[in-house]
Unconditional design. Sequence first.
Length: 213
Amino acid sequence: MIDNFSPNMLKTYESCPKKYYYRYVENISVPISSLPFEKGKKIHALANYYLQGVNISRIETALSQEEKDVWQLLLNNPFYKKDYLKSEFPIMTRLDDFWIGGRIDAIVHDAESYYILDYKTGSTPKNPEFDYQTMIYLLCVNKFLKKYDSLSFVYINLKDKNNYVIEFNDKLKSQYELKIKEACASIKTDVFYQPNCKSCDRCEYSKICNDKF
């Protein structure tokens, strides 16, 4: 049984345990629309190269006008302009009997104030403060840094041109740890993977799922 959990794994299980079963237990992959994914992938790659000091002039010339506009928004973002620490950074930490982690877009800082950046070319989570990505990355970076003056998670939404900032504190730490441990334990002990039939019509596994409505 899997003991390592990413934000996407926990989100998938919360949306539908049966979908989690197909994707992460049976390892069945289903093709999805590539256009939004490819745009986001380009911007993420460009952002990573730029922060690492790579010459990106040739890559920039290959961008579409829409992609150039999005890239310029990120370049002008005040959080993206802060001092660079790491980018495309895989990180993991232990939480009781579970390992949680993922890949962070970037970590930047002003002196001892640190910011986890997540670039969004689509939508921001409906409840960003308690999104699994927010919770897991803040817990991981909290242990990674050990000492700091402040730590925040920043969703840079390049679609609606807003920044959503969640500042980490002891209260959130306790809430995050409890919520994630409960979510991981639910997956660990599940043997039935009952479907959530409210979203069957939008599920990429609907053609193979025997439990759909």
